[in-house]
Design a protein around this ligand. Structure first.
Ligand code: TRP
Length: 451
């Protein structure tokens, strides 16, 4: 990382470094907190199906586009658009991305803080200190929310200050497999319990009558959020990538890993909700809809861990929320890295200063959210559900009609010989030029009731 110390820019250390970092950025609260919540409130199976289609047919092509733009220019999202065209308007695409990233990070930090507070909740509960457990887990306590958000942002800032971190690359390598193991064990436990079968059916049997414009809108927003697309996080990560790497393959691995973790999280949470119902816990609201929303995962899972009881309960509880915190951390660093790389490249600010001041600025917004958690839904709607797909359309159109697909294909062929003549390459071109922008736009307009 000496390189990053001198120039302020960095490179991935190892061949796998990029894939791990990009997968770390993708796998986060989006998979374990947001996906099951969205699936639960959008009819389960139908949502899952449309989500998978969005990830592989829309998300994957856009991911290749972002990484390609980043690697070609070696720049942050704003600088990348500047480098590829002399028209002053296009960098606005990157600025919109930076703004979305800043706003997403501001609420993400608060939710990530909750995952840390639940590590303590599990420990207090196991120690018999139930009063403390209930106190620390109160997500309506603004001061506590703010405290944990400050702690979480401090970790994020310190990692970004030390450059494109080797430490986090290593940590991801050991922690990701651990996350898979814990998920598998928990799923194994849940699906053998009474009541969970109903949840499995809701999750795995699509009811096509549930497919509405609203559902498709939610699934697409979720796909962009979960894959970290639409705001230039992968332009930034791509800018640190070596020309030797195979972009289509790396993007496929990242998409697959991320989707798998989301699928597994749904397999855990939705049956667990029905299992809770079998134990007499109400999981429907007065309107007869499944209880969903930011707090869902923080209600269902602790109930499950407490139900497990004993050493097993506390080990699972603590490990699960610790891993969730780590998954969140590898995502917050990618969100902070975007405005930081912008400040470093465009304003020649030192990495350490940029990380500190931008991080603190975003933290100020987080603190406002900590005291008004109702804002999360609105910010999420504007900057992730609408903002990211909108960014995605602009990236597709820019690549196709300003930069041109042929030049993008030249870039993608570095590390993947003759990609343009492969089936994936030919399909990619059609998707990025026509299908992705049209489908995303149609989806946004129909959700707004304009179509
Ligand atoms: N993908 C992350 C998650 O699923 C969140 C995230 C990290 C993100 N970086 C991003 C979302 C960039 C949008 C854009 O939790």
């Amino acid at each position: 990382m000496a390189d990053s110390e001198i120039t302020g820019r960095g490179n991935w250390n190892s061949k796998l470094g990029f894939i791990l970092a990009a997968a770390g950025s993708a796998v986060g609260l989006g998979n374990i907190w947001r996906f099951p919540t969205e699936a639960a409130s959008n009819g389960g199976g139908a949502f899952l199906l449309i989500y998978l289609v969005c990830c592989f047919l829309i998300g994957y092509p856009v991911m290749m586009a972002e990484i390609g733009i980043g690697r070609r220019t070696g720049k942050n999202p704003v600088g990348a658009f500047k480098a590829l065209s002399s028209n002053k308007l296009y960098p606005l695409i990157g600025m919109w991305g930076v703004l979305c990233g800043v706003m997403i990070l501001s609420f993400y930090t608060v939710v990530a803080g909750w995952t840390v507070s639940y590590v303590f909740e599990e420990i207090f509960f196991a120690a018999g200190m139930t009063g403390w457990a209930t106190w620390i887990a109160d997500t309506s306590n603004g001061w506590l929310n703010a405290l944990f958000a400050v702690a979480f942002m401090a970790c994020t800032i310190s990692i970004i200050r030390s450059g494109v971190s080797n430490g986090i690359e290593k940590a991801t390598k050991t922690l990701m497999p651990l996350l898979f193991i814990v998920l598998f064990i928990l799923i194994g436990y849940v699906i053998t319990q009474p009541g969970s079968g109903e949840g499995l059916a809701v999750y795995l049997q699509p009811d096509f009558s549930e497919v509405t414009p609203g559902l498709v809108f939610a699934a697409m927003g979720q796909a962009f959020f979960s894959l970290s697309l639409g705001m230039g996080a992968l332009i930034t990560y791509g800018s640190y990538l070596s020309r030797k790497e195979n972009v289509p393959q790396a993007a496929a691995l990242v998409t697959f890993t991320d989707t798998l973790v989301a699928f597994l999280a749904g397999l855990l949470i939705i049956p667990a909700m029905y299992m809770a119902q079998a134990q007499g816990i109400s999981i429907f609201d007065s309107a007869g809809d499944l209880i969903a929303g930011p707090a869902l995962i923080f209600q269902v899972l602790p109930a499950l861990f407490h139900d497990l009881g004993g050493v097993l309960g506390v080990v699972f509880g603590v490990t699960f929320f610790m891993l969730l915190s780590v998954a969140a951390l590898t995502s917050t660093i990618s969100l902070l890295e975007v405005p930081v790389s912008y400040a470093i490249d465009e304003f020649k600010i030192k990495r350490k200063d940029a990380a500190l001041y931008i991080g603190l600025g975003i933290l100020a917004i987080s603190i406002v959210i900590a005291f008004n958690t109702g804002l999360i839904g609105t910010i999420d709607l504007i900057f992730s559900q609408v903002g990211l797909p909108l960014g995605g359309i602009m990236i597709c159109l820019f690549l196709s009609y300003v930069w041109k697909t042929d030049k993008a294909l030249d870039e993608l062929e570095l590390g993947n010989n003759n990609f343009r003549n492969s089936i994936v390459g030919k399909t990619w071109k059609v998707f990025i030029m026509f299908i992705c922008p049209v489908v995303i736009l149609y989806n946004l307009l129909s959700a707004l009731g304009l179509f």
